[in-house]
Write a protein that binds this ligand. Structure first.
Ligand SMILES: *Cc1c(COP(=O)(O)O)cnc(C)c1O
Length: 462
């Protein structure tokens, strides 16, 4: 499979090259040159298979040519062996026609583990083969950093440095980043806020001497390999509820649009998905856009579902690319307009988006009320992001189409909001109940590019 850029001006790459590169050189995002399609018989045959086997069948056409069949099967097996649930992504019933897809049984208790664990193993195999190594640097407000650390810890072809704002992540999030003992893991508590961490990261990528010197690589959510891993659970969930003979709908708590875009690809691959519903918190640029108000930036307002506090959803560019009939020049123009605050979506593209997507927005009070009502009516304690999804899903439920809401994090990751809403303290799963006793290892560092680059250069393995 070849990969092309959404802006049409970058060289075509293989899967492996697109994965190691991340962002295309024309500023665009990589997509497969053609979306592979599965027949209805092939979809039906997935029912009842182990998650890893479904993962292999769904992802194989995308990676074919970059990895061998046996090699890819081993990569998948290693990626998901550390999950705390044999089903990997189990379904739970909330009421007669509404289901939760639990995506929080990975090592850091959020759905990002599905993609990060896979990408860690893919990087390791590809780099070993090339006799190469890279330095992964990421900035995080919480979930992404711990998922990256868990994915790359102990892999000898990679050093991983994660910048997080000192004093501004939850204790669970911080401990998940500071307690792994592996020598290739480096947690850096920056004296600044999340924007400072992101700005420092961007400056490092623009410092070409540094970038080439340490072989900097990124694994943020625009990396196509991350999107790819997320397609799998749409298939596993839908076939357990009767697809392809029965349609299903999905509601997805959305920030950067990576997770729900994977659902769009599943639909294009032949999975009979009726509606894909975008659920946002008060940071609602996607809901406003899908309601016909244009894609206009606002200020980010902190919320109790912080992993969705995003004003520009980077992966939305991929959906726009298909909505604009794969016209890279049109996308490049829109992204130029975005630099000046926003753009209007053409009528044709709006119609294309509405063929697949609906949307809804949830306030902070509604989020808290939904955590409470889900506990009362369905005996489930859910995290604030999941609650945003459940609320929007209930508004979009159709009588004879099962609705599946993606449960994106474990409630114990956000204990303060969950306890405020429900009166119950969400306990950590027993396999990590000693998190509060494990020793922490972290370097506090000034918000200064020189200091950060110097620290990284001195701490990478030779
Ligand atoms: C990252 C994240 C989201 C948003 O996912 P996107 O792919 O950015 O849309 C939602 N919930 C949780 C818990 C997350 O960590």
């Amino acid at each position: 499979m070849k990969y092309i850029s959404t802006r049409g001006q970058a060289p075509e790459l293989t899967f492996e090259e697109a994965m190691l590169t991340g962002l295309a050189r024309d500023g665009g995002l990589y997509l497969p040159a053609e979306i592979p399609v599965m027949t209805q018989d092939e979809v039906a045959a997935l029912a009842g298979l182990p998650y890893e086997e479904i993962a292999f069948r769904v992802m194989w056409p995308y990676v074919n040519g970059s990895f061998g069949e046996g090699e890819f099967k081993e990569i998948i097996a290693r990626a998901y062996e550390g999950f705390g649930h044999d089903a990997r992504a189990p379904l739970k019933q909330l009421n007669e026609n509404h289901f939760l897809l639990e995506l929080f049984h990975g090592p850091t208790l959020a759905f990002k583990d599905f993609a990060m664990q896979l990408i860690g193993q893919l990087f390791q195999v590809a780099l070993k083969r090339r006799g190469d190594r890279v330095t992964i640097v990421g900035a995080t407000s919480g979930d992404t950093g711990s998922a990256a650390i868990e994915a790359f810890r102990g892999l000898d072809a990679v050093d991983v440095f994660i910048l997080f704002p000192h004093g501004r992540v939850s204790e669970v999030q911080r401990r998940q980043m500071t307690t792994p003992a592996d020598s290739n893991v480096h947690a850096l508590a920056v004296d600044g806020d999340f924007d400072d961490c992101q700005a420092a990261l961007k400056d490092m990528f623009n410092d070409f001497d540094f970038r080439d010197g340490v072989k900097l690589a990124g694994v943020n959510s625009i990396n196509f390999a991350r999107v790819l891993a997320q397609i799998v659970y749409y298939f596993s969930a839908a076939v357990s509820l009767g697809a392809p003979d029965r349609k299903v709908s999905f509601t997805v708590p959305t920030g950067n649009f990576g997770d729900i875009f994977a659902g769009y690809l599943a639909k294009r691959m032949g999975l009979p998905i009726d509606r894909l519903v975008v659920a946002t918190n008060q940071n609602d640029i996607l809901h406003r856009c899908l309601s016909g108000e244009g894609y206009i930036k606002g200020d980010t307002i902190p919320s109790i579902s912080p992993s969705m506090d995003i004003q520009v959803s980077s992966n939305f560019e991929r959906a726009l690319y298909y909505a604009y009939d794969e016209d890279g020049a049109a996308i490049a123009q829109l992204m130029d307009e975005l630099k000046n605050g926003g753009f209007n979506v053409s009528q044709g593209a709006m119609e294309a988006l509405r063929e697949s997507f609906d949307s809804g927005r949830v306030s902070e009070d509604e989020t808290l009320a939904t955590i409470k009502s889900t506990l009362v009516h369905s005996a489930e304690l859910v995290c604030p992001h999941t609650a945003v999804g459940i609320k929007v899903a209930e508004e979009h439920r159709a009588a004879n189409v099962p609705m599946i809401t993606l449960a994106t994090a474990h409630p114990a990751k956000f204990p303060a909001a969950v306890e405020e809403a429900s009166g119950e303290h969400p306990p950590l799963p027993s396999r990590m109940s000693d998190l509060y006793e494990r020793p922490e290892r972290v370097t506090r560092i000034a918000n200064d590019l020189g200091a950060l680059e110097d620290h990284i250069k001195r701490h990478i393995a030779e």
